[in-house]
Design a binder for this molecule. Structure first.
Ligand code: SAH
Length: 392
């Protein structure tokens, strides 16, 4: 089928990763290309002129991101199929149930479209386009969401102004594409959370820690717990509800602390304190104060260039926590930097323990939940790594 899309031809041998369905084409793999602008649909061919894939052109070092390995138009039907597949997968996994009504509905490459993130908050849907190619399809995506979600849909909010790196001289504004509603309440494993996707960070809530928060609850009873980088207090609500003897939360942002306090109150938790301070400064003053500590910092590395500096950051943070936690303490530690893979993270934590001169045991290796699916052909999709450590 000829879609009249512009074409790219690859150098000999560069078709192999595409044949394994890895969705990125680096600029160095391209032999010839038609005239292309950022966001244009393009068909990719091998040096033998065989069709390989269809994607959008992005111009950078990752020049093309693939959305289909079958020759087809990228039209309203395409978007409806993609979103239906992603939604049905979550429904079949029972991610929407009487105790939980917030999940990631679409996770970029993991669901077949690089650059598209959609979160579902009890019928309110937040779209983040990370590329111009996806952003230009916003109307088709919104239409597909209406078709697929039907009466479950309450609103669609486009929140792409921050996630789009290039605006091409156009003003990109966040806003509702359908319905409205802002500060809503969602349920996660029976706990309640305010989600403010209009004013909050990213899409408003860190859905990716859902299962790890549940694990924390298993260890929290009777413990003196510190949750650092707490944002809206996800880990704090679980630990306090599970019967923590002391609950302290820390975030450098006062707005985050206000939300954390609000969520604690929403769940009927009174006995807790939260502090709008820097985690490093706070931890330095707290020797032997806690027997359970959560470290869930923002991504210290956003690109390969900052990777090595980020490793030092993770090492220092973890070393400080390991040094100061009570003996027989438990540390939940995470990294959400995509460029730091799990083995590098494990090694960094080992280095931190050596520096802290404490014996540790590894209780769990943690990752991201099923609504953030990872393809074995695209290991880059696994961005959330965690470890639970026993500190002697
Ligand atoms: N654990 C949270 C998500 C963390 S997001 C959850 O489960 O929802 C990272 C948070 O770290 C942000 O809220 C940001 O304000 C905070 N932050 C960034 N740098 C910080 C620092 N040096 N000290 C304390 N908080 C920090």
């Amino acid at each position: 089928m000829d879609n009249n899309y512009p074409r790219i031809t690859l150098h000999k041998g560069k078709e192999i990763s595409l044949q394994r369905h890895h969705p990125w084409i680096f600029s160095g793999a391209i032999a010839t290309k038609d005239h292309l602008q950022d966001g244009d649909w393009v068909e990719v061919y091998s040096h033998k002129k065989e069709y390989l894939a269809t994607g959008y052109y992005a111009g950078g070092s990752i020049a093309v991101r693939v959305v289909s390995f079958k020759q087809r138009p990228i039209d309203a039907t395409f978007w409806e199929e993609q979103i239906k597949k992603a939604y049905n997968y979550r429904i079949k996994l029972n991610l929407l149930n009487e105790n939980t009504n917030a999940f990631r509905l679409f996770f970029g490459e993991g669901d077949g479209v690089p650059g598209l993130i959609i979160d579902y908050y009890d019928g309110h849907v937040v779209i983040q386009a990370h590329s111009w190619g996806v952003f230009r399809e916003m109307d088709n995506i919104a239409q597909a969401l209406k078709q697929v979600l039907g009466t479950n849909l309450k609103s669609i909010y486009n929140k792409s102004a921050e996630s789009l790196s290039k605006h091409h001289g156009q003003e990109v504004q966040n806003g509702f594409l359908y319905g409205d509603g802002s500060e809503i309440i969602v349920k996660e494993h029976g706990h309640q959370f305010y989600v403010d996707f209009v004013k909050g960070q990213k899409t408003g809530f860190f859905i990716d820690q859902r299962e790890n928060r549940n694990l924390l609850a298993q260890y929290a009873k009777g413990k003196q717990v510190l949750n650092t980088f707490c944002y809206t207090g996800g880990f704090s609500v679980y630990a306090a509800s599970a019967g923590a003897a002391l609950m302290h939360s820390v975030d450098s942002s006062q707005a985050a602390i206000d939300l954390c306090n609000k969520n604690m109150a929403l769940n009927g938790i009174q006995n807790q304190e939260s502090f709008a301070v820097d985690t490093f400064e706070f931890l330095k003053e707290k020797k032997n104060a806690y027997d359970l500590i959560v470290l869930d910092p923002p991504a210290f590395a956003k690109s390969r260039d900052s990777k090595h500096k980020a490793i030092i950051g993770y090492k220092n943070l973890n070393s400080l926590a390991i040094k100061n936690i009570k003996s027989d303490g438990i540390l939940f530690t995470f990294s959400c930097s995509g460029v730091i893979d799990k083995y590098l993270f494990y090694n960094t934590i080992t280095a931190a323990a050596i520096e802290a001169k404490r014996n540790i045991r590894i209780l769990h290796y943690l990752s991201q939940p099923a609504d953030h699916p990872v393809s074995p052909f695209f290991p880059e999709g696994e961005y959330l790594k965690g470890m639970v450590l026993w500190v002697e």
